[in-house]
Design a protein around this ligand. Structure first.
Ligand SMILES: *Cc1c(COP(=O)(O)O)cnc(C)c1O
Length: 399
């Protein structure tokens, strides 16, 4: 039977201390030991199932990590206080001074800024490449390269990474392939195509209620254990620990992810088709006009669709700003960064979430001024939403 990530989540059940239908929340930062010997063994990493201190692990964080590992088909996972917490700790675990990373150039602005501005301080260099060109990717690899990094569907240009092709290159050169799957939970299972580590910002679709930040790195037991090592583990020592109360609330939201993803995808597909037909430059992986449509179609777990993210280009930043303000005024969505909320969110990435990328480079990668990034919401009647959006576009002379 095909691997279905939502079924894997559903198969996990955890009961609370008194038979509660949700697991009990571990409201403690530290844990008692019955014997001094067990405490010593736990420090040495030899006492599985014992909790030491909640920066290392806590029952609530482990429940959430297990569910996310089940979803991504990895042995285990480590949850963090934010998506950046997962990205930074995974990279710091794998790289040391003198090492090199090959990364997609169209990635989340914060990840880009970390690689471009922060890692050189400790002499880790990154080559940013067009990830859709496998020959260019391979040519960028040096003897010091340790990591190949990409997003399944890139932010904000919605380029699709050929994870299988990238994985072959990574294996050939003995690199760790890290895939940020934040834009495409359930739709894509990167480990099916050979990803070694799968990252999510839980802040987005997975939690889905825009009330917290959170992150996760899913990977092998060996890698996650190394990240948690009390002596030299990046997750343990960099301190990006998720709070147990948040882990418990994100786990509850994860239970409805499959329903939400289907609705996000349904609504985004509808709007993308309509906008394109109206003559608006629209980018959505579910459109036949998307350069990687066929590839993405072959990668997705079909019932979850092509995701909730789309972009349109309305020609100029002024028009983009006018349209976003008007749509917000009509309660069609919010002018806000982030994604995966019940409400549609829109922003102009060039001047917001990707502003870390210099203007010259933005141009080169096709990040235009008039670009609006939409995270399409869970609207009940998407045709009604479309008609209202169309009115806004007509009012501003965009249509
Ligand atoms: C938001 C985001 C991140 C960073 O996550 P935080 O939870 O904000 O730290 C990383 N990657 C992608 C693709 C994102 O959208």
């Amino acid at each position: 039977m095909e691997f279905n990530p939502a079924d894997k989540i559903q198969d996990l059940q955890y009961f609370g201390e008194f038979g509660g239908v949700n697991p009990s929340i571990s409201d403690s930062s530290t844990y008692t030991f019955l014997s001094a010997k067990t405490m010593f063994d736990t420090f040495e990493g030899n006492a599985d199932g014992c909790y030491l201190y909640s920066r290392h692990s806590s029952p609530s964080n482990l429940y959430l990590g297990q569910a996310l590992a089940a979803m991504e088909g990895t042995e285990t996972a480590n949850v963090t206080a934010s998506g950046m917490g997962a990205i930074v700790s995974a990279l710091m675990q794998l790289c040391e001074a003198g090492d090199h990373i090959v990364s997609s150039r169209t990635i989340y602005g914060g990840t880009y800024a970390f690689m471009k501005n922060f890692l050189p301080k400790i002499n880790i260099q990154t080559a940013f490449v067009d990830i859709t060109k496998l020959d260019v990717v391979e040519a960028a690899i040096t003897p010091n390269t340790k990591v190949l990094y990409c997003e399944t569907v890139s932010n904000p240009l919605l380029e699709v990474a050929d994870i299988e092709g990238l994985s072959k290159i990574a294996k050939k050169h003995n690199l760790t392939l890290i895939v940020d799957n934040t834009f495409s939970p359930l739709s894509v299972t990167p480990t099916k195509f050979g990803a070694d580590v799968v990252i999510h910002s839980l802040t987005k679709f997975i939690n889905g209620s825009s009330d917290t930040v959170g992150g996760v790195a899913c990977g092998s037991q060996e890698f996650i254990d190394a990240m948690r090592n009390v002596n030299d583990g990046a997750a343990m020592l960099l301190g990006s620990t998720m709070d147990s109360l948040r882990a418990a609330s994100i786990l509850k939201n994860l239970r409805t992810l499959h329903i939400r993803v289907k609705q996000h995808s349904h609504n985004a597909q509808y709007l993308a088709e309509r906008f394109e037909k109206d003559g608006i430059k629209t980018v959505y992986p579910g459109l036949a006009s998307h350069p990687s449509h066929e590839l993405y179609k072959s990668m997705i777990n079909p019932e979850y669709g092509f995701g909730g993210m789309l972009t349109i280009d309305v020609g100029s930043l002024e028009k983009a700003n006018e349209l976003m303000e008007l749509m917000q005024h009509k309660n069609l969505g919010y002018l806000a960064v982030s994604l995966g909320f019940y409400k549609t969110l829109f922003s102009a990435p060039g001047s917001s979430t990707s502003s870390e990328i210099p203007e010259e480079e933005q141009k080169e990668m096709g990040l235009t001024d008039g670009l609006i990034r939409f995270s399409i919401g869970l609207d009940n009647d998407i045709e009604r939403t479309y008609n209202m959006m169309k009115e806004c576009m007509k009012e501003l002379g965009i249509l």
